[in-house]
Design a protein around this ligand. Structure first.
Ligand code: GLY
Ligand code: MN
Length: 465
């Protein structure tokens, strides 16, 4: 945890955004895998973590804006729990670490909110992403589960997003740490991989680096010879000479901050010539996108820049043709790049995605384009500001089913040479990704340098075996 003053200051800053009412925070609960006592690794809710820091289950908190009072709701461990789990900190100890003095048993939250409701006070709450929270909120507030999402407080969402978007110096130290561990995960994979090994063996080694650093993964590992499958969590293939391995993996520090890196490398020592050409197109798009990062620039324009760069490279390969600016604005490049160039990152790998992409990545003036294929998957479009942490992750993905579907319907045939594209149907996918903080005059890469050019990657691979 950070020092208690950090949490006190965060809560104060948040409270100043409201005139009256109650802010309700639900911490996460244990989530059973297959029976109650066999739970998934516990992960605290990120907003709870941000304002209260306590990484433990079965807690809730309330900021009473009218009484200027913060109450932590929770229970002391029972003797049975101590027998099985060992003694943990008391509620008072936990509260003290978060700068809280007012405590109440968890079962009093119900009465507390009921009283506030009868007094006609506004109870602000955030939209839940776990079913148990949806049910709990419905019960606490006396509404149906279906009504919970629509009654979530937009004011609360916007205030949290504004605050959590700008990372403090303390948070940047954590985010740097996460990116350093993530870089070590990638170096490990590049050093260890060889033909004959399974994706599972490699993924296990990557996971080990995150665990050894005392944290967790910030998302399930994507490590695959089928890099064209964007979020591919299957690890059953065996690497063979001529394959490319796409490793998209990141660490979460013990404090809960995320890293998110991607590298693509040859399963053998060197890229094949066609792989090298495509890799350099992706790398160039990445470099152009990075150079565009600075306060005041809209990320949607960074995205257009990287799409245009990819399209130019694809035209040189003979896969695209025609006026590329038109092609990109109409979405023709999305045959090869179906997703966005990046997203916000912080306590969540896709930071605050649970609060709604429209609030996190867009503004009232810039609504997300939900109809254009490709653009609808861009999670961040709005103007960048100092202190934002973002990923930059362009890629090229050759998806046979998509190629066939577009060709059959002659989609964008003025921009796409389908005959040439068909030769790439089994090519796979390439992505590179790093994490950046926006500074007053540009950007700074988080973490440490990790091989990214063809030469740097091939050097590691040549020394690997
Ligand atoms: N690292 C996975 C993603 O950004 O979606
Ligand atoms: Mn990412």
């Amino acid at each position: 945890m950070f020092h208690k003053d950090e949490y006190i200051a965060r809560r104060k800053q948040l409270s100043q955004q409201f005139k009256s009412g109650i802010l309700l925070f639900l911490g996460n609960e244990e989530s059973p895998m297959n029976f109650l006592d066999n739970a998934y690794h516990f992960r605290q809710d990120s907003t709870f973590l941000y304002y209260f820091g306590i990484p433990e289950p079965q807690l809730a908190a309330v900021i009473d804006l009218d009484e200027n009072q913060v109450t932590l709701f929770g229970d002391e461990m029972s003797i049975d729990a101590i027998v099985w789990m060992g003694r943990q900190k008391t509620l008072a100890e936990k509260a003290n670490e978060a700068g809280l003095t007012q405590l109440a048993p968890l079962n009093q939250l119900d009465q507390y909110l009921a009283k506030a409701k009868t007094q006609g006070r506004t109870i602000h709450f955030l939209p839940p992403y776990r079913a148990e929270h949806k049910i709990k909120l419905a019960e606490l507030l006396g509404i149906t589960p279906a009504a919970v999402k629509e009654q979530a407080s937009v004011l609360f969402i916007k205030a949290v997003v504004a605050q959590r978007s700008v990372k403090s110096a303390l948070e940047l130290i954590e985010l740097d740490k996460a990116s350093v561990i993530s870089a070590d995960m990638h170096l490990k994979a590049m050093q260890l991989a060889r033909p004959g090994m399974t994706e599972n063996e490699l993924a296990a080694a990557v996971h080990q680096v995150a665990l050894t650093a005392g944290g967790q993964l910030s998302y399930p590992i994507i490590l695959t010879v089928n890099g064209q499958i964007l979020h591919n969590h299957y690890h059953g293939n065996t690497l063979k000479e001529g394959d490319m391995v796409l490793n998209d993996s990141g660490a979460e520090t013990p404090m809960g901050y995320a890293g998110d890196l991607t590298r693509t490398f040859p399963a053998g020592k060197k890229f094949l010539p066609a792989q090298k050409d495509a890799y350099n197109i992706v790398l160039h798009a990445y470099q152009e996108a990075v150079q565009a990062l600075k306060p005041g620039v809209r990320y949607i324009d960074v995205h257009y820049q990287s799409c245009l760069s990819l399209a130019e490279g694809l035209k040189e390969l003979g896969l695209m043709k025609g006026n590329l600016e038109d092609a990109v604005s109409r979405g023709a490049h999305a045959l090869f790049f179906q997703c966005g160039t990046g997203h916000m990152m912080g306590l969540d790998v896709h930071d605050m995605e649970n609060l709604g992409e429209q609030y996190v990545g867009y503004t009232d003036d810039l609504q997300k384009n939900t109809s254009q294929f490709g653009l609808k998957s861009l999670r961040l479009g709005k103007e960048l500001a100092e202190g934002y942490v973002v990923t930059v992750e362009p890629g090229l993905y050759f998806i046979p089913e998509l190629i066939d579907q577009w060709q059959q319907s002659n989609e964008f045939s003025e921009y796409i040479n389908y005959d040439k594209v068909q030769a790439y149907r089994d090519f796979g996918g390439i992505r590179v990704e790093d994490d950046y903080v926006i500074t007053s005059d540009g950007f700074r890469k988080l973490g440490k340098d990790l091989a990214i050019s063809v030469e740097e990657v091939e050097e590691i691979r040549s020394n690997a075996f």
